[in-house]
Design a protein around this ligand. Sequence first.
Ligand code: GCB
Length: 631
Amino acid sequence: MLKHLLSAAALSALVAGPAFAGPAAPANAPELQSIVPAHVLVNADRRASQNLSGPWHYSVDPYRDGQADFMGRPVNPRHARGSDTNVEKTSKENPNALFEYDLRRAPEAQIPSSWIGHSAEMRYYNGLVWYQKSFDRQPKQAGKRVFLRFGAVDYKATIYLNGQMIGQHEGGFTPFAFDVTDTLRDKDNNLVVAVDSVRSADTVPPTVTDWETYGGILRDVLLVETPETWIDDSFVRYTKDGRILADIAIDGPGKANQTVEVAVEGLNLTLKGTTDAQGHVALSAKAPRGLKLWSPETPTLYNVTIKAGADALKDRIGFRTIEVKGTQIVLNGKPVFLRGISLHEEEFGLNPARIITPEASRALLSEIKYGLNGNYVRLSHYPHSEVTTRMADEMGLLVWSEIPVYWTVNFARPETLMVARKMQAENILRDRNRASVIIWSVGNETPINETRTAFLKRLADDTRALDGTRLASAALMTEREIIDGHIDMKIEDPLVASLDVMAINTYNGWYGNDKIEDVPATQWHSHWNKPLILSEFGADAQFGFHDEAAKPRFSEEYQALYYTNTLAMADKIPFLSGLSPWILKDFRSPRRQHIYQKGWNRKGVVSETGQRKMAFKVLSDYFAGKAETTK
Ligand code: GCB
């Protein structure tokens, strides 16, 4: 049985590519069973829950002493951080007992946050860290099911509750949940999380990236309470033929033959049906005339309530369509030009630690929407917080969402492919009710060879199977030649055959030897009848470093000129449908150690604290013009 929901449209997409077709055989759908989580717990962030965020104890363990003894044998109780022993109490009762850890008395830090923000010593720590939190269960309720849900733990997490190992998770930026109903106590629960930030050639992403890898419990930890039978997954959407579809999956002892209702407030619309033996139901109704479609200009969201038995979910959902027609991206039936920029998940400030509150997210997205006149953001290079995708829904920004299949992951290793596939499934299942998200990307700047192309094709196929209503893409690189004195770019990556939208990262005039003066005359060629996004282009500039005459590298003047000339190039690409230059804000990168960088990639059009560089205005003016001409 497929644990989660595959809509009929999604299933047909497995065979036929993106479609809104009717029922189809589930082709290779059983393959998805191995990648979808046991509990999707959709909309977990909006369910009634006890938020365990706040102060947690933490303790470093560079030799992984809490996981195995010094001879590699099972861990000795003296070191067993995952156990339920109260070290202080036991030591008092038995002064002879020796322990070499005591998590409950270790230093405290605020969660969620990456650990680089905990203390000066943690700034460059990479390894295993133990986190501990004691809590009482509130409110205590009989006949309920309780899930422990992590928004994201970077990179590997092993979870112990009251001395029991309840599960593990790999991947730093997607949610996961465990059923802890039978493990919880009413009082003094002991939650221990071993967080390992170490990457290898086999992880996703691998060791070397151009952003700083900082471990930690990055997003909220929630105790989510549901009835015994609960709504585990829902996928509510609007189709090109004017219908609202809702696929609902419930789980628990009463999942079969259960009445399910999906009510859209303000539209006088209620969809109703009964679940099958697996707890699934597919509902569909013609959308009422009064439906206001979601778009960046009018980001209309409806309150949607899903009811099944004793459970009810409330979500805010926008309805829109997205498709590709020839070389155009089409939103709600009209071509749209994506006026955007790329963004790393770092809040404004001198010392960001991936603490993405609604305020932090709004501040970043406001610079894009109102400062740059944008309608689009590329959330690079990994799934960002659900706070951000919800904010994009509210504010009206289209979103590119991506997993960190970055540069050279181990494409030949089946286990690495599984990690990436699960990540993409977790990302899609979390966000496929967000109208803002229009593109799922499967990778960034990967080398072209058969093994890599097969790996990414698998991800693109999964993507369509999980959500046949959005577009699949990947940020690619392309070869440059000089032909008749001009720069010549051809898009020939065979992966394009598996994608809906082509995306290219291009840096002529910054990397390589091309002069910035030669960039506007660049010629682009594509034999694919598909739209192109320039998913990256950019140049480093230190805010406040000016040299109007010489315009040297790292000056604001060079960056502004680079933008002017690259945008002039963009204007000449007939199949171009969008831009997400690199990048909104300067971000931490240990690879960048020039005196103007000092550990920061300076390609932001604003500094790390949000000061606008000259290039900001160039882009903002360009997008203002584009907004006029592409109305
Ligand atoms: C890229 C990468 C991005 C880097 C950027 C740069 O192509 O996709 O992660 O940060 O270039 O600054 O070089």
